[in-house]
Design a protein around this ligand. Structure first.
Ligand code: SF4
Length: 226
């Protein structure tokens, strides 16, 4: 498989260029040694190349995440090698394993303690949907029921290359994020919250069983003739 380090997307400035300048014009000026940019572009470029992931692991997928930080795959090539043990110093949560109902309140609390702007990669079948333990009474059937997810990395477990691909997708999202207007991220808008409800154990299950602003139960399938 191709080496992700050879892809140009991790460090290149995004398109489109600042307003009023065409891509060709900017490229032409860049060849002359003149770099034209905007505040948003520089801000997003810096953010995308200095990600600090939260250092924690939930299950076997965490072993693959650890491999990504080790010498063979070397996440440092993407500017994201500083795994932080404190959520207040991290801006990327990698959900890397089975989320049990007992663990869930702590996971949501960690997410709330991370400062904005923050992003979430869901790694593997368990964190995406419950995976092989989906029918288990004690397993959350997808962390996206409780916190917002930016990128899903499928697999059981996903290989380190797949996680690196997910990281590059997050970087792409960061580089293309507008800072103003209706598409501005949640932390720049007054009508959204950056804190998410922490579920508690009720009589039979978690209360609430999901965050209704993030996830809705699928509509029941109605078969014709029944
Ligand atoms: S998706 Fe597979 S490898 Fe990852 S935590 Fe679940 S069972 Fe383990």
């Amino acid at each position: 498989m191709s080496n992700p380090a050879n892809t140009p997307t991790s460090t290149h400035l995004p398109t489109p260029p600042p307003a009023g300048i065409s891509v060709e014009e900017r490229e032409s000026m860049r060849r002359q040694g003149v770099l034209l940019t905007s505040f948003a572009e520089i801000y997003n470029w810096g953010r995308a190349n200095s990600i600090w992931p939260l250092q924690f692991g939930l299950a076997c997928c965490a072993i693959e995440m650890i491999c990504v930080a080790a010498a063979r795959f070397d996440i440092a090539r993407f500017g994201a090698e500083i795994f932080r043990a404190s959520p207040r110093q991290a801006d990327l949560m990698i959900m890397n394993g089975t989320v049990t109902k007992k663990m869930l309140p702590q996971v949501v609390r960690l997410w709330n303690q991370m400062g904005e702007p923050k992003f979430c990669i869901v790694m593997g079948a368990c964190a995406s949907s419950g995976g092989p333990f989906r029918e288990g009474y004690n397993v959350v059937k997808g962390i996206d029921r409780f916190i917002p997810v930016d990128v899903y990395v499928p697999g059981c477990p996903p290989r380190p290359e797949a996680l690196l691909h997910g990281l590059m997708e997050i970087q792409k999202k960061m580089r293309e994020e507008p800072l103003t207007g209706p598409d501005a991220p949640r932390y720049f808008r007054k009508d959204t919250t950056c804190e998410y409800p922490i579920p508690e154990f009720g009589e039979h299950d978690l209360v609430p069983p999901y965050n209704s602003e993030l996830w809705k139960p699928p509509a029941p399938i109605v078969r014709e003739g029944k």
